[in-house]
Design a protein around this ligand. Structure first.
Ligand code: 2HA
Ligand code: ZN
Length: 270
């Protein structure tokens, strides 16, 4: 059996959480990440017949029965994942009943997975239904994205358009646009269901006055989506109190879409 502390998926969680913390996106215990793992790969590091303990999930996720995820822990700080992965991360398998998580490794201090597990698992189900390759769901509190939700129209069309208009990369990186929920109480099945519903159409979902969700086939894809929104939200805030005289027109966005063969959300342009 290989040493779990050297597993590439543990390393990836360490690097990503450290990076997000360093960027100031995940204060205190803010943010959470879940990544779907390949059972054969996990079996090189862990005895999959050995369940450390079981934890009720509080909702039904039968569609994910047997699937294994590495997830961040509730109340855990991203800054502490790198020095202490075994207490801050866990590897869980969704049991056949769909309502129990079988802990295979981690949460060694008796802790449990993120309070946002409903939003994560329901979003995994939603993304997998439209993209069987999806692996990662990421939640974060990026500073400028959060600030943009205080001052900008929260319709999906208006929010996405502003981002598309202010950074040439945006329509290329997220032609599907940005989904936006109303403000809701976090950590609940309700916000999980609402997030997952949006995730059928968008890989990015904004939680106003809270943060953002990103989904992707890889950690880089989910991170890169959030990073591109965050960078553009920053430029929006730098300029939005000034008379903006240059931005990307709809015709120019259409030219970009043509050049990059983008399947973009047509109804978001005039
Ligand atoms: O885990 O980010 O949304 C802390 C949070 C809750
Ligand atoms: Zn949050």
């Amino acid at each position: 059996m290989k040493d779990i502390f050297t597993a590439p998926f543990v390393e990836e969680m360490k690097q990503t959480t450290a990076n997000m913390y360093r960027l100031g996106w995940d204060e205190r215990n803010g943010g959470n990440i879940s990544m779907l793992l390949d059972a054969r790969e996990v079996a090189e590091y862990l005895d999959l017949t050995r369940v450390v303990r079981t934890i009720p999930t509080g909702f039904e996720a039968k569609a994910l029965a047997g699937k294994i995820f590495i997830v961040t822990g509730t109340g855990k700080y991203f800054k502490n994942v790198t020095p202490d992965p075994e207490n801050n991360l866990g590897i869980i398998r969704i049991a056949e009943d769909g309502v129990t998580a079988e802990l295979l490794w981690g949460f060694a201090d008796g802790s449990r997975f993120t309070s946002e597990l409903p939003a994560h698992l329901m979003s995994h189900i939603a993304r997998l239904s439209v993209d069987p390759e999806n692996r990662v769901i990421m939640h974060s509190h990026p500073t400028n994205t959060l600030a943009m939700t205080y001052v900008h129209d929260l319709s999906e069309r208006a929010f996405t358009r502003t981002l598309w208009q202010l950074n040439t990369e945006c329509i290329v990186v997220f032609p599907d646009g940005v989904g936006v929920l109303p403000w809701m109480v976090c950590g609940t099945n309700e916000i999980g269901e609402a997030t997952a519903e949006k995730m059928k159409e968008f890989r990015l979902v904004v939680w106003p006055v809270h943060g953002i969700y990103g989904a992707g086939r890889t950690m880089d894809e989910a991170f890169g989506l959030i990073e591109t929104v965050e960078k553009t939200a920053m430029t929006y805030l730098l300029a939005s109190h000034l008379p903006i005289i240059n931005k990307i027109s709809d015709d120019q966005l259409k030219a970009l879409a043509k050049r990059f063969a983008l399947d973009y959300r047509k109804e978001f342009l005039d």
